[in-house]
Design a protein around this ligand. Structure first.
Ligand code: NAP
Length: 299
C-alpha cells in the first residue's frame, strides 16, 4: 500500500512514498481503502520536527481520511466492506498515518459517511470539524453567549464558526476582509484582522490562529479561552478559564459531523486535490499558507 512517510523529522526532511505491506485488521479494527486524506498544518509541523515524537525508523503521516471499508476484524458487526466512512487516527498515540492507500484503525475511530458526501469533502471534516466540536465542548458556552474566533476562515476556525452558530452562539469572526462573505453567511459578524482584540470582551475565545496572549485580551473577565496548541496557550489572567483542545477520535461524533455537512450546517471546503505521488507539492502548498479549504491527497 502506497504510504506517505518520512524517516527523520526536521527543517530539511524529505517525504518518501513507500509501498508497505497490507495490514490485516485485528479484533475491533477496520481496514479502509482510503479515497482522500488531507494534509494540514499539523502534518507540516510534524515533518519539520516541531513535535516531540517517540523514536521510529519511519513515520507514516496524516490524521484524517475518508474512504470505503475494505475488511473488518472480529467483533465489528456494524460496518461491512463497501461502507463509506470518514475517520481520525489518534496519531500521537499510535503513529498510524492516514495518507496511504489503505489504513487500519479501531472501529471507535471510524464514522459513517452518507454516500452523498464526497470523500474529499468528508476527509476535511475528520480532523478539523472534530477539533472544532471538541473545542466548543470545552468552551461550554450557553446559548446566546458571544464567542470570538481567531483564524475564522481557516480549517479549524471555519468549522468552529459554523458549529457555534448552529449551537446558538453569537460569533465574532476574526478574519480578513476578503473572508467577509464566507464568515457572514452563517450570521457571524466579521471582525477584520488587525482590530484591537481587547475591545471585544467576548464570553469566550477559540484561538485557531494560535495568537496566544493577544487573543486572550478578547475575553471578558471570568470568561473562557481555548487554545489549539500548547505553545499558544497563554497563562490565565482575570479569572479566565484557559484550556487547550487535544482532539480525540470519536466515531459517533464523526458520523454526526458528516450528517451536518449533508444538512448544509457544515461546509467542507476542498482547495485542491493531489495524487499521493505529489505529496511533497501538497505539503509545500500547506506550508505556504493562505489557502482556503483543504489540500487533499487522493491515493
Ligand atoms: N489541538 C488539536 O487537537 C488540533 C487539531 C487540529 C489543528 N490544530 C492546530 O490548529 C491550528 C490551525 O489549524 P488550521 O488547519 O485551522 O490552519 P489554517 O487553515 O492555516 O488556519 C489558520 C488561520 O489563522 C489565520 N491567521 C494566521 N496568522 C494570523 C494572525 N497573525 N492573525 C490573525 N489570523 C491569523 C490564517 O489566516 P491567513 O490564511 O489569511 O493567513 C488562517 O485563516 C494549527 O496550529 C493546527 O496544528 C490543533
Amino acid at each position: 500500500m502506497s504510504t506517505v512517510t518520512l524517516t527523520v523529522p526536521g527543517p530539511t526532511a524529505e517525504l518518501e512514498i513507500v509501498d508497505l505491506p497490507l495490514v490485516t485488521p485485528g479484533p475491533g479494527e477496520v481496514r479502509i481503502r482510503v479515497e482522500a486524506a488531507p494534509v494540514t498544518p499539523a502534518d507540516v509541523s510534524t515533518v519539520r520536527g516541531y513535535f516531540p515524537l517517540p523514536p521510529a525508523d519511519r513515520y507514516s503521516l496524516g490524521w484524517g481520511l475518508a474512504g470505503v471499508v475494505d475488511e473488518v476484524g472480529d467483533g465489528v458487526t456494524d460496518l461491512a466492506a463497501g461502507d463509506p466512512v470518514l475517520a481520525l487516527s489518534d496519531w500521537f498515540d499510535t503513529l498510524v498515518g492516514t495518507q496511504a492507500s489503505s489504513v487500519v484503525l479501531p472501529r471507535s475511530s471510524v464514522g459513517e459517511r452518507p454516500a452523498s458526501l464526497g470523500a474529499a469533502e468528508a476527509s476535511t471534516l475528520a480532523l478539523n470539524a472534530l477539533t472544532a466540536a471538541q473545542a466548543l465542548d470545552l468552551l461550554d458556552l450557553p446559548v446566546g453567549a458571544t464567542l470570538a474566533v481567531t483564524g475564522a476562515a481557516g480549517g479549524v476556525g471555519g468549522f468552529v464558526v459554523e458549529l457555534a452558530r448552529h449551537r446558538g452562539l453569537e460569533v465574532l469572526a476574526v478574519a480578513r476582509e476578503e473572508d467577509r462573505a464566507f464568515v457572514e453567511r452563517t450570521g457571524a459578524r466579521l471582525v477584520v484582522r488587525g482590530t484591537e482584540l481587547g475591545t471585544l470582551r467576548a464570553d469566550g475565545v477559540l484561538d485557531s490562529a494560535v495568537l496566544g496572549a493577544p487573543a486572550l485580551a478578547a475575553v471578558r473577565d471570568g470568561g473562557t479561552f481555548v487554545a489549539v496548541t500548547e505553545p499558544s496557550t497563554p497563562a490565565p489572567e482575570r479569572d479566565i478559564r484557559v484550556q487547550t483542545v487535544h482532539v480525540v477520535s470519536d466515531a459517533a461524533a464523526l458520523t454526526a459531523l458528516a450528517a451536518l455537512a449533508v444538512d448544509g450546517v457544515l461546509t467542507p471546503r476542498v482547495a485542491q486535490t493531489y495524487p499521493i505521488e505529489k505529496a511533497s507539492d501538497a505539503y509545500a502548498a500547506v506550508a505556504t499558507g493562505g489557502v482556503r479549504g483543504g489540500i487533499v491527497l487522493v491515493p
